[in-house]
Ligand binder design. Structure first.
Ligand SMILES: Cc1cc2nc3c(=O)[nH]c(=O)nc-3n(C[C@H](O)[C@H](O)[C@H](O)COP(=O)(O)OP(=O)(O)OC[C@H]3O[C@@H](n4cnc5c(N)ncnc54)[C@H](O)[C@@H]3O)c2cc1C
Ligand SMILES: NC(=O)c1ccc[n+]([C@@H]2O[C@H](COP(=O)([O-])OP(=O)(O)OC[C@H]3O[C@@H](n4cnc5c(N)ncnc54)[C@H](O)[C@@H]3O)[C@@H](O)[C@H]2O)c1
Length: 470
């Protein structure tokens, strides 16, 4: 039986980074993958395909090339879904090769098959050519999640589907209901609306993306409405079904019944109300590790489950469930597992959110609402892209950046950006916060001109002027 220092289950971002970290520490490592391809949700159904689709849609519709010449006509009037999927597939194939090469270069054994614990140190790999038992001293469970698919929703992967199937659509539908105003719901609602699909978004709460600063969320909701997305906020979908409904060419429509009594009809429905764990088939009862009713694992600050030599990282441990945080969790878990204690911890709480909607949104730190609830005195400094030379050059009149500044210490408490480049810009603010900087950093240092980064300087002046009553 093969013996390893470390076995990693899952090749998503958490598993990848964990496996490579263990290899870099000189450990004998195996990584097990049950899917027929590497990369988990990040590469195959989530992050990369949705971002590739977004880029392709923005490019092909001309939505990303406004600039000084104003809004251009569509680069291509009729967009075939095959064009878009081809772009995504190219990126996905490249990502598979990168992961494969990384494992090979670092002598990580890649075992294809479904992992199942039979005892605390033994795992069976149910592979295409049979079952193999392997043993290890340490384990990292990084098995991710799958979209929630309640039994009473009649999924058919064609007109009623989750984010796993939306990429396989063989046509651009005329209309779509999106259930759920979380990150998946809003990203796809924006992509589809940019493609010309008439989208209705239903969200149970009063605001999309409940974790956002309210001012940014309100601005975003305004942009979505401007794009023609109908927002049904504070509305819950009670039931979903397909119904014969002849009007001209379309005969079968999807019907969503809302709790308020309204009925919505459309050609397609994307169901995006969260994700569900997949721990049930891992044989964790043979190890003594328990999971919750959504099949998620609980871990301590070192990513250890209740059984210390079994670590877990990524979506399987729940919030914040991002590729970005999963990678860092995987690395940290393995460092702890092998006694590396030089991993600083200052940046684990300061992770950014990047939402690839149209427009992009990003944030780090606290929102105005959180600061108010916590009784922390702050002032907001705002820069609008339309007042920044680069904003004008790229034709983004709508973007804004907001700094939340402590009234007394001038420390940066939060940064919120909506507009072009938001997910990149945020890292400047994140670095200043992580290094315990204050708003004067932005005043006392020179920024390239003309850049969107200049927003930090303008927002800093704006905030300080308010604090100084000038
Ligand atoms: C549509 C969408 C868009 C997203 N966009 C972003 C984004 O822009 N930015 C961001 O940071 N995050 C994004 N995410 C979230 C991100 O994809 C996840 O947080 C990330 O993929 C989770 O990584 P993971 O390693 O925990 O698990 P996963 O990526 O889910 O990988 C888990 C792997 O484990 C394997 N596995 C499961 N069970 C077993 C078993 N028993 N044996 C062997 N292998 C097993 C699976 O086959 C899978 O390959 C998005 C998600 C979705 C769905
Ligand atoms: N850019 C990114 O970082 C990115 C992109 C996509 C996904 N993700 C991750 O994927 C995970 C899953 O995302 P998600 O959007 O599916 O889940 P979510 O939990 O973030 O959002 C689900 C939303 O659906 C709403 N909802 C629930 N039941 C409803 C009902 N019956 N009717 C109407 N609304 C209802 C909830 O109020 C919530 O706002 C998240 O953890 C997210 O962080 C991240």
């Amino acid at each position: 039986m093969k013996q390893y220092d470390c076995v990693v289950i899952g090749t998503g971002p958490a598993g990848q980074k964990g496996a490579i970290q263990a290899a870099k520490l000189g450990k004998r490592v195996a990584v097990i993958e049950k899917n027929s391809v590497l990369g988990g949700a990040q590469i195959n159904t989530g992050t990369i395909p949705s971002k590739a689709l977004r880029e392709a849609v923005l490019h092909l519709t001309g939505a990303s090339s406004r600039g000084l010449v104003g809004h251009t006509n569509s680069v291509k009037r009729r967009i075939a879904l095959s064009d878009l999927v081809a772009v995504s597939q190219q990126v996905i194939r490249h990502e598979w090769e990168v992961i494969h090469d990384q494992f090979a270069r670092n002598n990580v054994d890649l075992l294809w098959g479904r992992a199942e614990f039979t005892s605390p140190n033994q795992v069976l790999v149910h592979g295409p050519d049979g079952v193999e038992a392997i043993e290890a001293d340490r384990f990292l469970v990084a098995v991710g999640t799958r979209p929630a698919r309640p039994a009473d929703v009649p999924f058919n992967n064609h007109t009623i589907f989750t984010s796993d199937e939306v990429l396989k659509l063989d046509r651009v539908p005329k209309t779509m209901i999106v259930v759920g105003g979380g990150v998946i719901g809003v990203e796809y609602a924006c992509i589809m609306a940019t493609l010309g699909v008439r989208v209705t978004l239903v969200e149970g709460r009063k605001q999309v993306l409940g974790f956002l600063d309210s001012e940014i969320a309100e601005a975003f909701q305004y942009f979505m409405r401007q794009k023609g997305i109908a927002l049904r906020m504070g509305e819950k979908v009670e039931s979903i079904r397909e119904k014969e409904f002849c009007n001209g060419t379309t005969c079968t429509l999807v019907e969503a019944q809302l709790e308020s009594g309204k009925t919505l009809r459309s050609e397609t429905l994307l169901y995006a109300v969260g994700r569900q764990g997949v721990c049930g088939s891992l044989g964790l009862q043979n190890v003594g590790v328990e999971f919750d009713d959504r099949e998620r694992l609980h871990v301590n600050e070192h990513y250890q489950t209740s059984v210390p030599h079994v670590y877990a990282a990524g979506d399987v441990i729940g919030f914040p469930a991002l590729a970005s945080t999963g990678m860092e969790q995987g690395r940290r878990a393995i460092c702890h597992a092998f006694g590396v204690d030089s991993v600083g911890n200052y940046n684990t709480t300061l992770f950014p959110y990047g939402i690839y909607a149209v427009p992009e949104i990003s944030m780090v730190g606290k929102t105005e609402e959180q600061l108010t609830t916590e009784g922390i005195p702050y002032e907001a400094g705002v820069a609008n892209y339309r007042e920044i030379a680069r904003g004008k050059l790229i034709g983004d009149d709508l973007g804004m950046l907001k700094l939340l500044i402590h009234q007394e210490t001038h420390k940066i408490l939060g940064v919120h950006v909506i507009g072009t480049g938001a997910t990149e810009l945020i890292h400047i603010g994140q670095a200043v916060m992580a290094l315990d900087g204050d708003v004067e950093y932005f005043i006392n240092n020179v920024f390239n001109f003309p850049t969107l980064a200049e927003c930090y300087k303008v927002a800093a002046y704006n905030g300080l002027n308010k604090l100084n009553h000038v």
